[in-house]
Design a binder for this molecule. Structure first.
Ligand SMILES: N=CN[C@@H](CCC(=O)O)C(=O)O
Ligand SMILES: [Zn+2]
Length: 420
């Protein structure tokens, strides 16, 4: 069988093995690196991986041969927590932030998430699409081939659906694959403050509509002091589970509420943020197999503590990393920056970091069987980094190391430029 594409002369080929399950604890650091590697691609999928020269039997007249010139190749990166689709921006809150006004105080005063809710309500479908597409292009240029995208800036059914429809259309039009999450419980609208149960009922009533329109496969809640309590989160996510949604939680970001423990109780795919997670919560997550999705660019931008990634890894939790791209707590699409902070601030080794943004992030969005490793049968999503080795990506921080990106075996970024 002739191959469509062979990539040869890969200095450091990081395959992540077969990627049959998330890597927990010490396994995150057990990453095999193939020297002088090659990969063979057929019909948009990986066919074979090895060292040295690919077998001549794969080379036919139409086989493309790509010389990776001794550089570093990894699976396509996966950003499993983003608020991709939203209107407007919040640089008007920047000086408040610099003056030390806490993130939650800005929200309580009607700014923060609620300000983006207003901008998103006002934006047309086309405006939201154009803005989100621009961000997706940036993500792709950093080597991201799959991203999760949440709603949550509508807080009314019409606007939530508009956000999810934009993500659906982008998923059809753009090379980056999107996994959609309904986050109707992202903030309490001021008009419901005196009748919280009514708003929670509205969210629960919206679930079958989202489901029927096939607009989201995950449901998420911002479980935080002053936002949604543990009981409210449990109620919403149990209702979502009954309808077949998979669940995630914005958990223990600022206060130690018990979101990590709840994620284990509910069998969530991931608990995200976790800067204030308790040790008991981490133990529960390890036991239940909940992935810890850590967002270090948020800690950086909010000037807050970083999540205790080392402790989680020691306790046998599988860790993933995300940008949390959103207009408030993390206005950046740069997953390489999250990786660099993963090493520099979370003290994760480069091998743990690459595990976190490939195989573990794939499982945190339930795509582990299709992506996250360079192994036979998986989608041929991969990145050629202009670096001599893996460590260099984390060491030389603040820049984009991506040279080329391939999605389903087709080149979509060449020498750092988008070409799809
Ligand atoms: N923390 C809650 N939600 C987002 C921030 C949203 C915003 O500030 O607009 C987050 O994950 O960081
Ligand atoms: Zn978030």
């Amino acid at each position: 069988m002739y191959a469509d594409l062979i990539v040869k002369n890969i200095g450091n080929l990081i395959t992540m093995g077969e990627g049959k399950k998330p890597r927990v604890g010490k396994e995150m650091n057990e990453v095999e690196i193939i020297k002088d590697g090659y990969i063979v691609i057929k019909d948009g999928k990986f066919l074979e991986v090895g060292s040295g020269e690919a077998d001549k039997k794969y080379i036919g007249g139409s086989t493309l041969i790509k010389d990776a010139m001794g550089l570093t190749v990894t699976p396509g990166l996966i950003d499993p927590h983003t608020h991709l689709v939203h209107g407007g921006s919040r640089e008007n809150e920047f000086s408040k932030k610099l003056d030390g006004v806490p993130y939650m105080d800005i929200l309580k005063a009607g700014g923060g998430i609620l300000s983006t809710v207003n901008s998103t309500k006002q934006a047309s479908f086309e405006e939201l699409y154009k803005k989100a597409k621009k961000s997706l292009d940036i993500m792709l240029s950093f080597g991201v081939t799959t991203a999760e995208a949440k709603s949550g800036y509508g807080l009314d059914l019409e606007t939530e659906l508009k956000q999810l429809e934009v993500a659906k259309k982008l998923n059809e039009d753009h090379p980056v694959d999107l996994v959609s999450t309904y986050l109707g419980a992202h903030a309490m609208p001021p008009e419901y403050r005196d009748d919280r149960d009514k708003f929670i009922d509205e969210i629960i009533k919206a679930l079958p509509v989202v489901k029927e329109k096939k607009l989201a496969e995950f449901c998420d809640v911002f479980c935080e002091e002053g936002v949604f309590s543990i009981e409210e989160t449990r109620k919403i996510l149990n209702a979502a589970k009954e309808l077949g949604f998979k669940v995630k939680i914005h958990a223990d970001e600022i206060a130690t509420l018990g979101g990590a423990e709840l994620s284990a109780e509910l069998g969530a795919f991931s608990a995200d943020h976790l800067m204030a997670a308790s040790e008991k919560g981490m133990d529960d997550m390890a036991k239940a197999g909940v992935i810890a999705d850590i967002l270090p660019t948020t800690s950086f931008n909010l000037n807050k503590d970083y999540a205790r990634a080392r402790l989680m890894i020691e306790k046998g939790v599988a860790v993933a990393l995300s940008t949390d791209y959103n207009p408030g707590s993390s206005p950046t699409e740069n997953l390489q920056l999250a990786m660099q902070l993963g090493s520099l601030k979370l003290r994760m080794t480069p091998k743990e970091v690459i595990t976190a943004v490939t195989v573990n992030s794939a499982y945190s969005v339930d795509r582990g069987k299709e992506i996250g490793s360079i192994s036979k049968g998986k989608r041929a999503d991969f990145v050629i980094f202009d670096t001599p080795n893996l460590e260099y990506i984390m060491y030389h921080f603040g820049i984009n190391h991506t040279k080329d990106v391939y999605k389903n075996g087709v080149q979509v970024v060449e020498d750092g430029r988008i070409i799809y």
